[in-house]
Structure formats: C-alpha cells, structure tokens
Design a protein around this ligand. Structure first.
Ligand code: SAH
Ligand code: SF4
Ligand code: F3S
Length: 440
C-alpha cells in the first residue's frame, strides 16, 4: 500500500506554493495524498513566523499531533517552512516536542526524499536546516492544488530588512528565477488550461536585479503578456521599487489584472524611517495618486502595522490620514509583533497593548467603510470573473474573482464551469464581497 501524506500550510502564498512543490516531491517518490490527517503516514507542517500568533498556533498544532503519534507510532511528523529557520524554534522542538521526527528549512526542501529515508533508516530525529540559501533548485516536481489558476514564484528571499520583519532572516537574500524558466512555466500552464497566474515574490518589483541583461519586472510582465495565459497577477510590490515603466506596462496590458497590493505599513514618515521602509508618507501618496491617475480602474490594497515601537497618537493619525486619502479597496491590518533577532524588537515600546488594540479597531472601522463604498461604486457595472466554484452552503450560488480581485457571489444563467471566464452584472455590494448575475 502506498504511504500517505498530509500537509498543513500556514502563512503566505509563498508557503502555499512551496507546499505544492513538497506534494510534487512526495508523489514522485510514491506517496499519495491522505484525505484526512488521521489517515496519513506522514504529516508535514509548513510554517510561518511573521507574527507571534502564527507561531503560537503552530505550536498548538504540534502539541495536538502528540495524541495521533501515540495511536500510530510509525507516523512521521515533520516541520518545515519559515519557523524551521529560527534557531530558538529548533531548540524548542528538540527539547519539548520529541514526537517531531523531522525538521527541514526553506532552503533545503529539495532534500526531502533523502531526509525521509534517513528518518526511516535511523529511526531517530533528523534536523537539517541550511542557514544560507545556495542556488535555486529548478526542475522540482509540483502538484498544484488548482487546475484553473496557479502560483508562480518568480523570486525568493528579501533584501529589504524592514526592521520589524523576520522574512529576510528565514528566506535569505533575493534570488530571481531565470526569465526563460518562468516563461516556459507560464506557457505550459496556459497550454494545460490554466487561465490565471499569480507571480510571487516578497518584492517582485526588484525582480531581475541579480540577473542583469536588462531584465526587470516590467519586462518580465511584458513577455508574459505575450503568452496564451488570460490573466496575470503579482504580489508583493514594495513602494520604493515601483517604477514608472511598471505602471506603463500595467496600463498597456489588459491581461495584467487591475489590482495592486502595495503595502504602506505606517503613515508617519518618522515611523517609516524607523521601519527602514525607504519612503515617506508624501512619497507614498504621490505614488498611489500617480497609479490611480494612470490606471483609473486599478484597485489598491495594502498592509498596515499598528503599534510599531514608539508609535504615538499623532503617528497613528498619519496612518488614518493616508488611508482616507488613498481610499484603498482593502487592507490587511496587523498589530506589531516583536520578532527575535530583528532591530525593532530592541526598540523601546511604551504603548500599552490596549491602546494598540483601540487603534486597530478604529483603523478597521474606517477602512471597512471605505471598502464598502468602493464596492458600492461597482453596482450596475459589468465585470469579467474567473469562476472558482459554487458555495459550500448553497450549490446554486457560485463565485468568481474580478480583475480587481473582488470576490463576486452570483447566480448562474445557463451552463457554468469552474475555470471559465464569464461576465457578471454587479447587483449588490458588501464590505468584502459583491453580488451579481452571470450573463448567459
Ligand atoms: N514582502 C511583503 C510582505 C511580507 S509579510 C511586503 O514587503 O509587503 C506580510 C505583512 O506582514 C507585511 O506587509 C507586514 O504588514 C506584516 N508584518 C511583517 N512583520 C510583522 C511584524 N513583526 N508584526 C506585525 N506585522 C508584520
Ligand atoms: Fe519583510 Fe520588508 Fe522584506 Fe516585506 S520587504 S518581506 S516587510 S523585510
Ligand atoms: Fe510567513 Fe514565511 Fe510567508 S514567515 S508570511 S510564510 S515568507
């Protein structure tokens, strides 16, 4: 009987895409996917450490797996992803979680087959975490979760060292995949019926800097737009590297979706400097306005951190002001979480947690009103959607995403199929979703 695996993924799309590669590697050595965690012979947790609560949830999950291991002593439990790159986490696993058999990092997932063999042969714990990135391993198998859209990682790592952020420490320096490899991947996907690709990187705007030959992100997009893929998305963009050339490519290529995720993190220029973000409030505003003027139907979304060390009410008001001036379509908002080893973790932070929570609630309230207003503006319009499937609760209600990345729930007229591109008339708006009717 074939061995079965079960992967639980935490964190960002990069991890989701890595889990697809891990699944591909496992299937290439004879494993098959388990329908439930209880049915698995191998359980892998692909982890995230960007905020403390992500880590706490994972430790809770590892704790729960102890019972499963007691019932099933041959079960192999593995931990990989960003948490595996943290020395303090590996230490904690070594000392307090003896039921974890395998730990491997973000730089050596290609070693999984040999590491698994080692676990089986030696019946002892295997901990193999490379500190530095080494070269990119191309040609790894991949088992994608979806047939109609796909993640395509275009670069690994980050060089920005925002002072709050642990990602550069656990993902290494920026490395771009070769344009030929990316183009071939996207051509293959299109040939296999995939409609939409999302290009992934911590900072896609600095794509190609390490390649030379005149490659940059705008050029990559221009080349990708020539393939048969119907839609192209990308994330994440760092404001400091967003070029005019990129804005022109977005404006000129209808295949590039009308959505830009452009994290600003904080509205106060003083806090932005402490964060090492390399732009001021005024520069961000100018950039956002330039994009909105050049690509009038662009939907802007953002990430915001509340309660960075030393943030005052006046600093926070700058965040509210920026949110109101730009009028984002949506925002992911986080309370600052100190991460071991980052510069911000050593900064004075006198603001009580209660105050930070109040600020967060206020921010969310203001942003939600803006999001709703933005969605209401779309009522009556026609929007192309990529159809994702029907609702779990009501099989008569389907959903799809617009170019602006808005989720629309709609009633179909006639035949619909997952992965089709259709046109809906928007009939209603909520804070996070739209309602509509699919035109037959
Ligand atoms: N590379 C991307 C996103 C990385 S992590 C970028 O630069 O935008 C995703 C988001 O998590 C960040 O944009 C930031 O808003 C948030 N984040 C990162 N570190 C954090 C921390 N220590 N505390 C709270 N939020 C954090
Ligand atoms: Fe973290 Fe900043 Fe890099 Fe984004 S750009 S991953 S926030 S260091
Ligand atoms: Fe988390 Fe790692 Fe992504 S820390 S946000 S999973 S790069």
């Amino acid at each position: 009987m074939r061995q079965k695996y079960f992967i639980t993924t935490f964190g960002c799309q990069m991890n989701v895409n890595d889990s697809e590669v891990i699944a591909g590697i496992l299937e290439s050595i004879g494993y098959e996917s388990a329908a439930t965690i209880e049915a698995a012979d191998l359980v892998l947790l692909n982890t995230c450490c960007v905020r403390e609560n992500a880590e706490n949830r994972t430790f809770g999950h590892i704790g729960n797996l102890k019972e499963l291991k007691e019932k099933k002593p041959d079960l192999i439990i593995g931990l990989c992803g960003c948490m595996a790159q943290e020395a303090n986490v590996v230490e904690k696993i070594r000392e307090s979680y003896p039921h974890v058999d395998l730990v491997f990092g973000t730089h050596n997932l290609h070693q999984l087959p040999e590491l698994l063999q080692k676990v089986r042969e030696t019946s002892s714990r295997v901990i193999e975490v490379w500190d530095s990135e080494g070269e990119i391993h191309e040609g790894l198998p991949i088992k994608r979760d979806e047939t109609f859209r796909a993640w395509v990682t275009i670069m690994y790592g980050c060089n920005n060292f925002c002072t709050y952020c642990i990602v550069p420490y656990v993902r290494g320096r920026e490395r771009s995949r070769k344009p030929e490899v990316i183009l071939e991947t996207v051509r293959d996907l299109a040939a296999n019926g995939v409609k939409e690709v999302t290009l992934l990187g911590q900072n896609v705007n600095s794509y190609g800097k390490d390649i030379g030959d005149g490659w940059n992100f705008a050029r990559l997009l221009r080349e990708l737009a020539k393939t048969d893929i119907a839609r192209i998305r990308f994330q994440t963009s760092h404001p400091k590297d967003l070029s005019d050339e990129l804005i022109e490519v977005i404006a000129a290529e209808p295949k590039i979706c009308r959505h830009l995720h452009l994290p600003f993190q904080a509205g106060s220029s003083r806090i932005l400097k402490l964060m090492n973000r390399q732009y001021t409030k005024e520069q961000y505003l100018e950039l956002a306005q330039k994009i909105q003027q050049r690509v009038t139907d662009i939907a802007l979304t953002t990430d915001i951190i509340v309660g960075f060390p030393g943030e005052t009410d006046a600093d926070f008001n700058d965040t509210l002001d920026l949110v109101q001036q730009v009028r984002f379509d949506g925002a992911f908002t986080f309370i600052y979480s100190p991460r071991v080893g980052t510069p911000a973790a050593k900064m004075e932070d006198p603001t009580p947690e209660e105050v930070k929570k109040e600020r967060l609630m206020k921010l969310i309230e203001i942003q939600n009103k803006i999001s709703l207003g933005k969605n209401q503006n779309l009522v009556g319009t026609l929007q192309e959607v990529l159809i994702e499937g029907s609702s779990e609760k009501d099989a008569a209600i389907w959903s799809g995403r617009t170019s602006q990345n808005k989720l629309v729930h709609f009633e179909p007229a006639g035949q619909v199929a997952i992965g089709d591109l259709g046109v809906v008339r928007v009939t209603g708006a909520k804070t996070f979703t739209l309602e509509g009717k699919l035109l037959g």
